[in-house]
Design a protein around this ligand. Sequence first.
Ligand SMILES: C[S@@+](CC[C@H](N)C(=O)[O-])C[C@H]1O[C@@H](n2cnc3c(N)ncnc32)[C@H](O)[C@@H]1O
Length: 471
Amino acid sequence: MRYFPAFLDLAGRHCLVVGAGAVATPKVRLLLDAGALVTVVAPAANAAVRMLAQRGDITWRRRRFRGSDVAGRSLIYGTSGDAGVDESVSHAARCAGVPVCVVDRPALSSFVTPAIIDRDPIIVGVSSGGTAPALARRIRAAVEATLPPRIGVLARFADRFRSVVRTARPEAVARRRFWDEVFDGPIATRVLNGDDDGAFKAMLAAVNRRSGADRPPGSVAIVGAGPGAADLITLRALRLLQSADVVIHDRLVGADVLGYARRDAERLCVGKARGGRGWSQDAINERLAALAGEGKRVVRLKGGDPLVFGRGGEEAEYLRQRGIAVELIPGITAAAGCAAAAGIPLTHRGTARSVTFATGETADGDPTPDWADLARPGRTLVVYMGVANADAIAKRLLENGAEPATPVAVVENGTRPEQRVVTGRLDDLGRLVHEHAVAAPALIIVGEVVRLRAAAADRDESEANALRLAI
Ligand SMILES: C[S@@+](CC[C@H](N)C(=O)[O-])C[C@H]1O[C@@H](n2cnc3c(N)ncnc32)[C@H](O)[C@@H]1O
């Protein structure tokens, strides 16, 4: 994180804006909105700044900037656009230890101003660290669209009850659960719809009804994190992650997906690298049950879909047998994610009418794969956890009648920035994996559908060439 986000209390503080043109005006207004005492220094000013000065809202020093202007300031903006003045402002501010932002000159600035949504007291700031302000503005627009207009009223409403709820619910977990119920439920809806009286009465009843003595029951949500890319997670998974007390995750779950969890949520990695040591399934089950027993909201986060080679079913069964509430949240499984990211349809009219997900690793007690069935043409076979045994898998398929020339694709780190796709023939699969040093996580796709990726790539290339000629 290059810039540290913080919200400053500038009420009654002296702030300085150097320059009084079009760039200065929004900064002056922003500072006034925050309750700052604003001084503008500039030899000339635009109409807006002159008007604010005439009304007495700001002080305008009608002259050039002097180093001594920075004394006693809490925040400084340089907006003159004059390189020499900007540098002097930056130098003087830094020497005096005052935060300074010279607009569009990150090298001269010690802070950047984010794109802001102001639904006081709710303030949202979005920053690209000065790299792409237009992108930050788009993100602000997207966030703004999700915020109800009365969200600030809701925050003030909650504030009125904070101390009484703290007294009624001294336990932090129970208190957070209470607030989640308020914000997710009918009380918040009433506030947002403008029914302040109804909301007030319902809130009083809720506080009195729910005494701090009864601990809320815990729960476990077994959640699919998707195949890798952080934006391939579902909205429901996101909501649960954001309200979880504890996140128990596998090694396949990336740091960016985990970043959706609350900052103070406990996180525990129970996954193991292939062949390495990790938590036993029994230990995971017991930990999940124990945490839920403590009243915690637990998210058990698994790569892809929790019910596809993810042991989510076993965990759910264990917890249900102990009377613990379990929710299952699907995720995009690696087969779907990798196929799309590699440009391979899993089924295709006239090419493949069915798709089979198989595992390349089997545990004691698992049924033996029906190789003759898997080798049948006219279908797609997707093998999870198969790269270590790629050669043996290809041999079994060939022995059971698969065509040696059947196309195969191996997708490593599908949907992630470091994704690699290698393609070839089934009778060459082992060499392909070995020569390209394919590492887990990787998925093998076997079937005629793989040819469609090459066809699409050829088409894209000839279209690009045609475009180049046209230009
Ligand atoms: C234990 S399984 C978990 C599968 C997961 N539950 C799912 O639905 O995708 C792990 C295997 O999934 C596959 N896999 C998961 N994520 C992948 C990715 N991003 N790229 C390629 N393969 C992946 C690999 O075959 C890996 O060995």
